[in-house]
Design a protein around this ligand. Sequence first.
Ligand code: DLZ
Length: 160
Amino acid sequence: MASSLKNLSKYDPETVPDASGMKIGIVVSEWNEEVTAALAEGAVNSLKKHGCNDENIIVMPVPGSFELTFGSRLIAEKHALDAVIAIGCVIQGETRHFEFICQAVAHGITELNMEYDIPFIFGVLTTENQQQALDRAGGKHGNKGDEAAITAIKMVGLKR
Ligand code: DLZ
């Protein structure tokens, strides 16, 4: 299915492992906060829906998406986590800043996946405008925060 048509919150709950013993870190960018707060809320709700306890969900803000890599590393080193979800929203502007930030965070999260023994999940929206982002943060295309949380649970289940 074309990603523009996919509902990011749609999945078969039967395929998701029990998350009751899992400890998950969520790093959230403060840029485009209206969007990232909704993504983080979706992620927390989905983790809880699958059994993750409140006290096993650790949320840490960082200033922007560029800082998600360092923030993710920090949270992984500070807490004994099973997975980290990096949440951000980069919206295309008039300059090439967009490309640099998207590439840097994608590369950074990939490096963390290779360096550490836990999964780091890419919960970053990269859109042309704010409406596209809102559509994917609890709007008509669902919530990428839900998708990121389910991916985290599945990856921890895979490892176990
Ligand atoms: C500077 C900047 C710009 C222009 N746009 C975004 C954005 O759309 N989304 C986002 O998460 N962060 C943005 N930033 C901030 C950078 O991620 C970073 O925080 C700064 O460049 C400082 O390192």
